[in-house]
Design a protein. Structure first.
Length: 250
């Protein structure tokens, strides 16, 4: 369908014209830029936040580890649209965030009023919604490490910080790399939060732009061309994800 111009009533073969039109389309170019921002920022944030919290949880007793796992996984279980309503209240003009700012005599911010604050808020929401699953993966990786390695390091005089940085991180690097790639793929597919929270296309991804182009503007040929581009990008990232996954299982 990406080689056709169609609204399902009239269909006309246009060859590669849809692809040419896409790269002259301001909304598509903006969605590409936003998607690149997401796949640059979100994986890094997810890794830093997930690893940091994992190390904190690993130092807790077994009882508190189990409680922490349940608490951090709750956002993962919530549906995107349902959670978006909670975040709508948090970031509303009269919401929780602006109430906190008012305590410091800071003027209220319209968080979804421009591309910069919209993307920042979406990044925060996505990280909070997803790091629970990544932490579970990291905790599982930690349990596979031989306890004698910790004991030998402590006998050699290594501090807890040195053990984490110089021993544990290298041993779980394949899991971290897998999380990074999973986060990249997920970043391309952000839809619900943008759909439910951002009134304009300030924070639109390619996925969201496909929805707007096809379902709102009835330009199914252009939407299909975008879907093909997204599929190619996702396929490439999935290839590297599988490669890293196979290496981690060896």
């Amino acid at each position: 369908m990406s080689f056709y111009q169609t609204n399902f009533i009239v269909t006309r073969f246009v060859g590669l014209q849809n692809y040419v039109d896409l790269f002259n389309n301001e909304a598509f170019i903006q969605s590409i830029k936003n998607s690149l921002l997401y796949i640059t920022i979100l994986p890094l944030l997810n890794v830093i936040v997930s690893v940091s919290i994992t190390f904190l949880i690993a130092d807790l007793s077994k009882k508190w580890q189990d409680i922490s796992k349940i608490l951090i996984y709750i956002p993962v279980l919530g549906g995107g649209i349902i959670l978006a309503q909670v975040w709508r209240w948090v970031f509303a003009i009269d919401g929780l965030m602006n109430w906190i700012l008012s305590l410091f005599h800071i003027a209220p911010v319209y968080w979804f009023g421009n591309s910069v604050t919209s993307i920042v808020v979406i990044c925060v929401i996505v990280v909070i919604a997803s790091f629970g699953g990544y932490i579970i993966m990291l905790l599982a990786a930690l349990t596979s490490i031989d306890k004698s390695i910790y004991e030998a390091a402590k006998i050699d005089g290594a501090s807890d910080f040195q053990i984490k940085i110089k021993i544990i991180l290298p041993l779980i690097k394949s899991t971290i790399a897998l999380i990074y790639l999973l986060s990249m793929i997920a970043s391309l597919q952000i839809f619900e939060y943008i759909y439910a929270l951002v009134p304009q296309q300030y924070a639109a991804t390619i996925t969201y732009n496909i929805y707007v182009t096809g379902f709102k503007n009835s330009k199914w040929g252009l939407a299909s061309a975008q879907a093909v581009i997204l599929m190619v990008i996702t396929f490439i990232l999935s290839y590297f994800q599988r490669k890293i996954g196979n290496e981690s299982n060896k």
